[in-house]
Design a protein around this ligand. Structure first.
Ligand code: PLP
Length: 239
């Protein structure tokens, strides 16, 4: 099946998982060229998510994302903040106080407000970026004082899971955090987006409250990763 058919099929599944509820479909476009990204946009995805700065800038320069909001969904290194702020409409992967500070400083220079999501390491995995849930109150209080950053919600990438439904407890825990924070009404923080769920588990994520899913493989097919050692291959399969 082609990209157009895949997007149509996914949209049907989104509607079935949460009838009548609006769920944003973000195409995870890594390793797909500008042409394929444009096909996904024409097929009706709501936004594009890119996870490497270099690739994003290149495809952005080619006009790949025209007509749709652009999200940055990968790990953002501190020295790349300058290149992403103001280019990405939403940085989904703000994962530390220090990163927020740097994003705020850069957005301030540009005279813009940068929307971000806070990435949560919900399963406490050592290998993964994202903040610990217990650090959230402090970070939200900090974000409330920033003039050029606006927190729009939460994002998470739970562990790789072989069994169907295996990540539902993590999704449920994320939703609890999301609802909790929304009720507390921090300044400068609005819980608009709960970003979780990928090709293998987006229906479970939606059932647990996600309103934004990031889907790559189910739209574009398997990514053509270059040959790698076993260890790095299993790591990048995750990305
Ligand atoms: C690649 C990627 C996805 C999509 O993964 P698929 O399993 O291909 O749907 C989602 N989120 C992030 C952060 C990604 O890098």
């Amino acid at each position: 099946m082609g990209i157009t058919e895949n997007v149509a099929a996914i949209k049907e599944r989104l509607e079935k998982a949460a009838p009548g509820r609006r769920v944003l479909l973000v195409a995870a476009t890594k390793m797909n060229d500008a042409d394929r990204v444009r096909q996904a946009i024409a097929a009706g995805v709501d936004a594009c998510g890119e996870n490497r700065v270099q690739e994003l800038l290149e495809k952005h320069g080619q006009g790949a994302y025209t007509g749709r909001p652009l999200h940055f969904i990968g790990h953002l290194q501190k020295n790349k903040v300058r290149q992403i702020v103001g280019v990405a409409d939403l940085i989904e992967s703000a994962d530390s106080r220090d990163l927020l500070r740097r994003i705020d400083a850069r957005a301030g220079e540009l005279g813009i407000i940068q929307d971000v999501l806070l990435e949560i390491n919900i399963a406490g995995e050592e290998s993964k970026s994202g903040m610990a849930p217990e650090d959230l109150p402090g970070i939200l209080a900090y974000a409330a004082g920033l003039g050029a950053v606006r927190v729009r919600g939460l994002m998470s990438i739970p562990p790789i899971c072989e069994e169907p439904g295996g990540n539902r407890p993590f999704f449920a825990r994320m939703n609890e955090l999301f609802v909790d924070i929304a009720a507390k009404k921090y300044d400068n923080v609005s819980m608009d987006f709960l970003s979780m769920g990928m090709s293998g588990d987006f229906e479970d994520a939606i059932r647990e409250g996600a309103n934004l899913v990031r889907v790559g493989t189910a739209i574009f097919g398997a990514r053509p990763y270059p040959p790698k050692t076993d260890e790095s291959a299993s790591r990048s399969a995750r990305l």
